[in-house]
Design a protein around this ligand. Structure first.
Ligand code: GTP
Ligand code: MG
Length: 404
């Protein structure tokens, strides 16, 4: 992937204090505790045509005037302009990066206007991934520049989404938390806004574009209430019933930014900063980054992201040679063992045969000896019988002689 086709126009870092309560202190206590210790990063990408009100809305959201020095809009390609600010409210430190698309929609051929934006988003994921893969990663000081929320500014035409809007949203919907907003909502009537919102949602669904959703009461996914937000931005404070409010003054009256009867600005700000900031960060880390991470690692064989393809090929070849050598050694060892066992078996058989023959011979000899002894005993019995008979006859003869 080449990263040369987008240009980052400026990289400004400044310390800012909001001129009023933004609500950073309303995020959950756990996050606050962590944030007090470490500070945290939140990065917003603003996509919208030139002059649609991006800078004004960001200033309105954070109640301050960020660096929005005008950039020339005669870009051949869309350029990304990033600015980082440190905001502090109560104890909470926020490192906010606002990324602006300069020249979006200005080119005659708008077909590939979204490509530099996609590359920019991927580049931030890659940067994070490479840091994660480092043996000694620097978790505390590392500036996480992954985009947590993408505000997509829709022109208040009252018609429908433009082809450029559909292409861009589709190209980004799996990479960012997409938050569509209708810019300059004060240029439309209430009825027009209702109808325009319905049409936008219809087109988003028809084109299977995935916008940011959060968890509803039943554990399902739902778009935050009010989306696509119809918003108004203003850096001015105007007088309404003796009090100063943020708004835009017209000959016929004042439109109040923070009045939810006039627009969805408060809903957007609450969602973005007060209620869903942690969820946006969490979804970026657990879902969007995870998809990028597994695709990236799968693309790099053997999980070796720092190897060139030539190095990977060499490593694979070396591994094949090494595996074959191991197979050969194992085979040799097995054959030698088999031979040795066969030899032992033959030897044992021979020894057994010798023992068997010895036993047979001994058995035969014993048989013969037994036979001879039996014969000797019979002969002895016969001699004994004969001797007893002759002794008896001699005694009888002597008795007869005595009697005479
Ligand atoms: P570039 O950075 O030049 O692309 O413009 P941008 O999108 O940042 O717009 P910017 O905030 O500079 O606003 C352009 C003009 O629109 C300014 O004159 C603003 O006062 C005006 N403007 C901004 N927000 C609103 C709004 O909600 N309603 C109306 N009517 N005008 C607005
Ligand atoms: Mg601007």
């Amino acid at each position: 992937m080449s990263h040369s086709s987008y240009r980052v126009l400026s990289n400004h870092t400044g310390k800012m204090a909001p001129k009023g309560v933004v609500g950073l202190d309303k995020i959950p206590q756990q996050v606050v505790n962590k944030a007090i210790r470490l500070g945290f990063d939140f990065n917003i990408l603003c996509i919208g045509e030139t002059g649609i009100g991006k800078s004004t809305l960001i200033d309105t959201l954070f109640k301050t005037e960020f660096n929005s020095s005008p950039v020339k809009h005669n870009q051949v390609k869309v350029a990304l302009c990033e600015n980082t600010y440190r905001l502090k409210e109560s104890n909470v430190q926020l490192r906010l990066t606002v990324v602006d698309t300069v020249g979006f929609g200005d080119q005659i051929n708008k077909v590939n206007s979204y490509e530099p934006i996609v590359e920019y988003v991927d580049k931030q994921f890659e940067r994070y991934l490479l840091e994660e893969l480092r043996p000694n990663r620097n978790r505390l000081d590392f500036h996480d520049t992954r985009i947590h929320a993408c505000l997509y500014f829709i022109s208040p035409t009252g018609h429908s989404l433009k082809i450029l809007d559909l292409h861009t949203m589709k190209a980004l919907d799996k990479k960012v938390n997409l938050v569509p907003i209708i810019a300059k909502a004060d240029t439309m009537s209430q009825q027009e806004i209702v109808a325009f919102k319905a049409r936008i949602l219809e087109e988003i669904r028809a084109n299977d574009i995935h916008v940011y959703t959060c968890v509803d009461g039943n554990g399902g996914a739902m778009e935050p209430v009010g989306m696509p937000y119809a918003v108004i931005g203003s850096r001015e404070m105007v007088l309404v019933k003796a009090s100063k409010v943020r708004g835009r003054k017209y000959p016929w009256g004042v439109v109040e930014v923070e009045n939810d009867k006039h627009c969805d600005f408060v809903r957007l700000r609450d969602m973005l900063i007060r209620t869903n900031m942690e969820d946006l960060r969490e979804q970026t880390n657990s879902n969007l980054y995870e998809v990028y991470r597994s695709a990236y690692l799968e693309a790099k064989t053997d999980y070796q992201p720092f190897m060139s393809s030539k190095q990977i090929q060499n490593a694979q070849e070396q591994r094949i040679v090494r595996d074959r050598e191991i197979d050969r050694l194992v085979q040799d060892k097995l054959s030698a063992k088999e031979k040795e066992l066969k030899q032992i078996e033959i030897q044992m058989k021979e020894e057994f045969e010798i023992e068997r023959q010895k036993y047979t011979e001994e058995k035969e000899n014993l048989g013969k000896k037994g036979e001879a002894l039996r014969k000797e005993s019979t002969e002895f019995q016969q001699v004994k019988k004969h001797m007893e008979a002759s002794r008896t006859s001699t005694l009888e003869k002597m008795k007869a002689k005595k009697a005479k």
